[in-house]
Design a protein around this ligand. Structure first.
Ligand code: NAD
Ligand code: DAU
Length: 330
């Protein structure tokens, strides 16, 4: 299959590209703006074509589609909730307008399949039970609102133009190549450096953890078997409070709980996410990696891959960290 993967130099996108090349033998073109989160080294050795450009740039999208692709899978997005609170503009630009430009190109070029990668955060927070694909869209942050906007545009292209779209909504991913602004890699690297571990609020917010390779396999099932116009939730097998996650990381890094520091809560912080995944299971998918095993593998990957994170920790991330947390990294 010839695939255009937008945002394929980021965390989930690059793990997905690796699976498509190694497990499916696909020919892959990646279109990526290479923002702070997009790293060409994530694609090293995979033999993919990388087009450097934004999804909201119609000319770059046309260049990436070239003489045609069988499907477009769109991961490209601004993804960090905290950054969306301090600077929402880029989120609307990429997640809403970028999705529109891509959809327009897919329609014009009569691309057979368009897969939009979305998030459980579009459903908002849930105290008990789990979201289904029929749950109302009630996003709470500028990030999730912009992802919901992208999803609504995707659905409009099915209804109005008959473009064969599907949406995959994942829960919290973790694993190799995740930028260290996100909870798990941030806490792993801080623990390895004996920096404080900044836990927001009371640490009792709950996330539904999904190993990144499981999400990739779910997306491949949806790409191959998903019914046009449908949404598929892809949730992880386990839920955990943030403080349990942090204590697990301290155990795997052999560090002391005195490193934990409770800090001011994130504004509008969603309390709990939980996704029901019966619909994607009916397509033959199930998660293979339980959280305990995945967390241990992830900690080991960061411990063994300093060459990947060292340039990040000494570059843009360091400035971001100081601005956001009001303290220096060690
Ligand atoms: P990431 O931040 O690691 O990567 C995003 C990628 O998109 C980067 O390579 C970046 O350079 C690229 N990008 C950003 N703006 C772009 C633009 N305008 N044009 C082209 N490329 C652009 O993100 P991630 O965690 O890998 O998330 C990928 C997708 O999955 C996103 O759509 C996100 O909303 C969704 N998602 C993420 C999670 C999660 O837990 N990380 C869970 C569910 C869904
Ligand atoms: O649910 C899917 C979403 O998961 C994706 O759509 C987003 O792109 C992704 O960023 C993620 O959003 P979260 O806000 O859940 O992830 P984050 O890693 O930022 O935070 C996870 C939890 O940890 C959340 O409750 C906030 C808390 N947290 C986070 C950071 C960065 C802390 O307590 N301290 C921190 O320093």
């Amino acid at each position: 299959m010839k695939l255009l993967v937008c945002g394929g130099a980021g965390f989930i996108g690059s793990n997905f590209v690796r699976q498509r090349v190694t497990d499916h033998g696909d020919q892959v073109v990646v279109l990526d703006a290479l923002t702070y989160a997009g790293r060409p080294e994530n694609l090293e050795g995979l033999g993919v074509t990388l087009v450097h450009g934004e999804i909201q740039n119609a000319e770059k999208v046309a260049e990436a589609i070239g003489d045609g692709v069988d499907a477009i899978v769109n991961f490209a997005a601004e993804t960090h909730v905290d950054r969306s609170i301090s600077g929402p503009d880029a989120f609307v630009e990429t997640n809403v307008r970028g999705s529109l430009v891509l959809l327009e190109a897919a329609r014009e070029r009569e691309v057979k399949r368009y897969v939009q990668i979305s998030t459980d955060e579009v459903y908002g927070s849930i105290e008990e039970g789990s979201f289904t694909e029929e749950s109302p869209i009630v996003p709470s942050s500028p990030y999730s609102a912009s992802k919901a906007g992208g999803d609504l545009l995707v659905q409009s292209y099915l209804h109005t133009y008959g473009l064969e779209t599907v949406i995959a909504r994942g829960s919290n991913n973790y694993g190799p190549y995740q930028y260290p602004e996100k909870l798990i890699p941030l806490m792993v690297l801080n623990a390895l450096h004996d920096d404080k571990l900044p836990v927001y609020g009371d640490g009792l917010n709950v996330r539904n953890w999904l190993y990144v390779e499981d999400f990739g396999r779910g997306i491949s099932h949806i790409l191959a078997h998903g019914v046009a116009g449908e949404v598929y939730n892809v949730g992880g097998p386990d839920e955990s409070t943030n403080i349990e996650v942090v204590k697990g990381i301290l155990k795997h890094t052999g560090k002391d709980e005195s490193l934990i520091e409770y800090v001011t809560d994130r504004p509008g912080h969603d309390r709990r996410y939980s996704l029901g995944s019966e619909k994607v299971r009916a397509l033959g998918w199930s998660a293979q990696v339980r959280f305990e095993e995945g967390l241990e593998k992830t900690v080991a990957w960061y411990r063994d891959n300093a060459a990947w994170w060292e340039p990040i920790r000494s570059g843009e991330f360091r400035e971001y960290y100081e601005r956001h947390y009001g303290r220096a990294l060690g």
